[in-house]
Ligand binder design. Structure first.
Ligand SMILES: *[C@@H]1O[C@H](CO)[C@@H](O)[C@H](O)[C@H]1NC(C)=O
Ligand SMILES: *[C@@H]1O[C@H](CO)[C@@H](O)[C@H](O)[C@H]1NC(C)=O
Ligand SMILES: *[C@@H]1O[C@H](CO)[C@@H](O)[C@H](O)[C@H]1NC(C)=O
Length: 308
């Protein structure tokens, strides 16, 4: 387990959105950004537009977690939950108008799905995001690895059916068994800037079962190979974009099942919003839970003063 992940707090509701700001203390191995340095932003080559702050200097993320599509397909209750989830997504996206969406794990209840069509549930999940043309990406959780589905299969399907998916597959050797979903997404202040001002990191916490007849459990933590990958990626960013110091912020997303926290009748269903009010990374990020009916809860600002 990465030590930074032990700081992550799982959040309440269907919208568990564990996150933290990563200390930007990786030493720069090279001098400042250099005009001939390779561009390490992978997205232009993938045909994806840059993710940017709004013209007025704000950036808002909305996090949907534990959507659990495909639960109990053999009764009426299960499919109705998916209808409700799509309705919630459409309502929230219409109201909140986020600049980026994170689907934070357990997209699918993999132990209930069928080999022949399990990934088609991904098509349903990304429907509202495709329709609203919002850039997004996913982490995957313990229910996304099961006999009839894996994280890799979900990611491959998502990339096929969602033009604005920024999810990527980690390089070979990074992420461990059934944990391919480790990647980062740069966010720029302005479309033409040399360097991003915010890095969104996404880690694969694996879990669930291997898709083999013996149903061997998969370790349910982020593989230790991810730690050195974070260091080498950060070093590459510093070499090309200059030292992070106070110039570049970071937020990390990982799925952690909020054990014991599901569906309390007094909680309802909701999502987590995060908003950067200014492009200055030192200003921190404000976050709160938005319930389906619009009620807001647990608003905090995560900046230097948080927790003091
Ligand atoms: C920035 O623009 C968005 C979208 O138009 C708006 O909702 C938000 O209130 C604006 N924020 C500020 C600080 O101007
Ligand atoms: C996997 O899918 C097959 C084919 O649809 C089905 O027969 C089987 O019950 C599923 N396995 C599990 C563990 O759900
Ligand atoms: C998947 O296939 C099974 C039967 O094989 C069917 O009962 C189920 O409704 C299908 N689900 C989807 C999402 O297509």
């Amino acid at each position: 387990m990465l030590s930074i992940l032990s700081l992550l707090g799982a959040c309440a509701l269907v919208s568990g959105a564990p996150f933290l700001q990563i200390p930007t203390n990786v030493q720069s191995p090279a001098a400042n950004a250099n005009a001939h340095a390779p561009n390490i932003d992978p997205y232009p080559a993938l045909g994806k537009p840059r993710v940017t702050f709004k013209a007025n200097g704000t950036f808002k993320l909305t996090v949907f977690s534990d959507l659990h599509f495909g639960e109990n397909p053999w009764d009426n209750w299960g499919p109705q939950q998916d209808v409700n989830s799509l309705q919630l997504m459409n309502t929230v996206l219409g109201d909140e108008k986020p600049d980026y969406v994170v689907i934070n794990g357990d997209l699918i209840t993999g132990e209930n799905t069928f080999r022949e069509n399990s990934t088609t549930l991904v098509d349903e999940i990304v429907g509202p995001l495709n329709a609203a043309r919002i850039p997004f990406s996913s982490t995957h959780g313990n229910h996304d690895n099961q006999a009839n589905i894996t994280h890799l299969e979900e990611i491959q399907r998502e990339l096929r059916v969602a033009p604005l998916s920024y999810t990527r597959i980690a390089p070979k050797g990074v992420g461990g068994e059934e944990g391919p979903g480790n990647y980062w997404v740069p966010v720029y202040r302005n479309d033409k800037d040399h360097a991003p001002i915010l890095i969104l990191w996404f880690f694969d916490s694996r879990g669930g079962f291997s898709p083999n007849p013996d149903s061997v459990p998969v370790p349910d933590w982020v593989d230790s190979s991810v730690a050195s990958w974070i260091e080498s990626e950060s070093a590459a960013m510093e070499a090309v974009w200059g030292p992070a110091d106070e110039a570049r912020g970071a937020v990390a997303f990982v799925h952690i099942p909020p054990y014991g926290g599901y569906s309390d009748s007094t909680w309802g269903h909701g999502v987590r919003n995060l908003i950067f009010h200014t492009p200055d990374p030192k200003a921190g990020v404000e976050t709160w839970i938005r319930l389906e009916d619009g009620e807001q809860r647990a608003r905090v600002v995560l900046d230097e003063g948080y927790g003091r």
